[in-house]
Design a protein around this ligand. Structure first.
Ligand code: AMP
Length: 121
């Protein structure tokens, strides 16, 4: 799937719509999810034009991949999640119900998060 820069996270990166920013560096921007599913629910996105985990890990330079994943850890520590625990999720494609077609990692924290997947297939 080709990257379409009209997606909502591309607009946030360009500053066309606001976000509740948590962290930013050369590789990543992190902000609070608009519909939180945990007491703390943050999204971390790379600055480059990647649709999902798939093209990001295939096409992005190693420095960008490393910088992005380091940023996730930095955000978690900055918010104190390293002390209590947290979960990261990257919905990828149709079966995973990916809605925004700019690669993003969810960070959930702030309560007992329960089993990873609720029901068996
Ligand atoms: P996904 O299903 O993994 O693609 O998740 C997309 C996430 O983006 C959802 O949790 C939405 O609540 C979130 N979201 C959509 N628009 C915005 C926005 N403008 N600011 C912050 N989060 C958003």
């Amino acid at each position: 799937m080709a990257y379409d820069d009209t997606n909502v996270f591309a607009k946030i990166l360009r500053g066309e719509i606001p976000c509740n920013k948590v962290y930013e560096d050369d590789h990543a921007l992190a902000f609070h999810d608009i519909q939180p599913q945990a007491p703390t629910h943050v999204l971390v996105i790379p600055k480059g034009p990647y649709v999902s985990m798939d093209d990001f890990t295939r096409d992005a330079p190693a420095e960008a991949v490393a910088g992005f994943f380091k940023a996730i850890g930095t955000v978690a520590r900055q918010l104190g999640m390293d002390r209590t625990g947290y979960r990261i999720v990257a919905n990828t494609g149709e079966d995973a119900h990916q809605e925004v077609m700019h690669f993003h990692v969810h960070i959930f924290a702030g309560r007992k998060l329960g089993p990873m997947i609720r029901r068996a297939p």
